[in-house]
Write a protein that binds this ligand. Structure first.
Ligand code: SDX
Length: 402
């Protein structure tokens, strides 16, 4: 086909749509959520308030936020049958495999939100009823994300599931379900609760990252939002994306003491190892989230005590930031050193990507909603290719092949 141009590898320089949601200033290390700098939101806002901003485009009034919070928290409960679904996994199943499946499973409860059963887009701009139906799926997916994550955590420990509590914050309810030991007096530590909420806020969106693109690619066929979110979850699972926060800790454990850092750096330069937690497709000076992660880590370590890997992480950071190999490739720390905080808070290592998915459901839904309501309706994403394979040739019988 004429006029086709092959996008650079990995869509390096390809914009597939126009969006009003997030702007990343890669050259100056800035991230703006509907125009608000992430640094201001991290100080003044909460994950749920920023979630409203991401999805609906403006900071909520008090009434709007109260309704939003009530709806999301009300929809955090999962049908009791889900227990059998979670119990069907082996004890050592990776929680991301469980969570990816759980989102698609969740969709099987809500046929009214499944365009595949109606053969058309049921979410149309300006139609109050269909917008209310869309909002309900958004409440359900954000509300239930914490519960599904907590269930994936507890099924691996062979522990009872915990019904989402009332009266706690989004992060507080999640921590309660994760670590609730049956005592009614249990309440999350306020410093750790705020730290997790800030980390949720930092992970809520990030423009068209690989998983958000996956959600849109999948959602463009008008599949239900639960299946599209499950696809995004699968994409985020990979170590080049959301799995990097787990890979960072495995990397630091493999390095061990700070004196082993120079040898590791040399191995990275020889491409024998990857420096997880460094580099970013868009940020070419610094990832603004890494500074907020650093500040949050200082707060958390005051409560939990310092992580013994911290020294190694600092030594690695210092060595990489002054080494020509990394400087020339504009590699700086990204958001994924937050794994040190998750480790200090006692989360199991393979659970870290789950802590990325829970908040990122918000960004995925913001982009999905924007696509579903765009002017002119949804167009299926179907890129082309430049064919460089064999020319036309005739079939050869098996007996004649040599
Ligand atoms: C996230 O897109 C998003 O916004 C993602 C995210 C979000 O919020 O959704 O920010 C979350 O995924 C953060 C990134 C987490 N991943 C990691 O930390 C894994 C390690 N990082 C690399 O895999 C890499 O930096 C990527 C995947 C993040 C970015 O890869 P790109 O943009 O395709 O860059 P590249 O691989 O082309 O790298 C350019 C050069 C290459 O060297 P040359 O071949 O040109 O000589 O830099 C090198 C790469 O080899 N390089 C690295 C490196 N990252 C890039 N070398 C060593 N260690 C690294 N971490």
């Amino acid at each position: 086909p004429r006029g086709l141009r092959v996008a650079d590898r990995g869509f390096l320089n390809t914009a597939v749509l126009r969006s009003e949601i997030t702007y990343i200033d890669g050259d100056n290390g800035g991230w703006f959520v509907r125009g608000y700098p992430i640094e201001q939101l991290a100080i003044h806002s909460s994950h749920l308030e920023t979630a409203y901003l991401l999805i609906y485009g403006s900071l909520p009034t008090k009434t709007q936020f109260d309704v939003w919070q009530k709806e999301v928290m009300h929809h955090s409960v999962v049908h009791a049958d889900a227990e059998q679904f979670f119990r069907s996994f082996r004890y050592d199943a990776h929680p991301m495999a469980i969570l990816t499946s759980a989102f698609a499973y969740l969709g099987s409860y809500y046929s009214e939100a499944n365009p595949s059963l109606q053969g058309q887009n049921i979410f149309t701009k300006g139609d109050k009823r269909s917008l209310a139906l869309m909002d309900k799926q958004i409440y359900r997916l954000i509300g239930k994300a914490t519960t599904l994550a907590a269930m994936a955590y507890r099924v691996r420990q062979g522990r009872q599931f915990v019904t989402p509590p009332t009266g706690l914050s989004y992060a507080g309810s999640f921590l309660y379900q994760m670590d609730h030991l049956g005592e009614e007096k249990y309440r999350p530590n306020p410093v750790l609760e705020r730290a997790l909420d800030v980390l949720f806020l930092l992970h809520a969106d990030h423009e068209l990252n690989a998983s958000a693109t996956t959600v849109l690619q999948t959602g463009s066929s008008l599949v239900d939002p639960y299946s599209a979110i499950a696809a995004g979850c699968a994409s985020l699972y990979g170590p080049l994306h959301g799995g990097a926060n787990e890979a960072v800790i495995r990397m630091l454990i493999s390095i061990g003491k700070p004196e082993n850092v120079p040898a590791f750096i040399e191995a990275v330069k020889k491409r024998e190892k990857v420096l997880s937690g460094f580099g970013h497709r868009v940020y070419k000076t610094s990832d603004p989230r890494s500074f907020i992660v650093r500040k949050t880590a200082d707060e958390v370590f005051k409560v939990t005590g310092k992580d013994e890997l911290l020294e190694t992480a600092m030594a690695l950071h210092e060595a990489a930031m002054k080494d020509e190999y990394f400087v020339s490739r504009k590699l700086a720390p990204n958001v994924d050193f937050c794994g040190l905080i998750y480790r200090a808070m006692g989360f199991p290592l393979d659970f870290f990507p789950v802590l990325f998915v829970v908040p990122r459901v918000v960004g995925w839904l913001a982009h999905w909603r924007q696509m579903m309501l765009q002017d002119g309706g949804v167009k299926i994403w179907r890129p082309r290719q430049i064919y460089v394979g064999a020319g036309k040739r005739d079939y050869v019988q098996l007996a004649e092949r040599v």
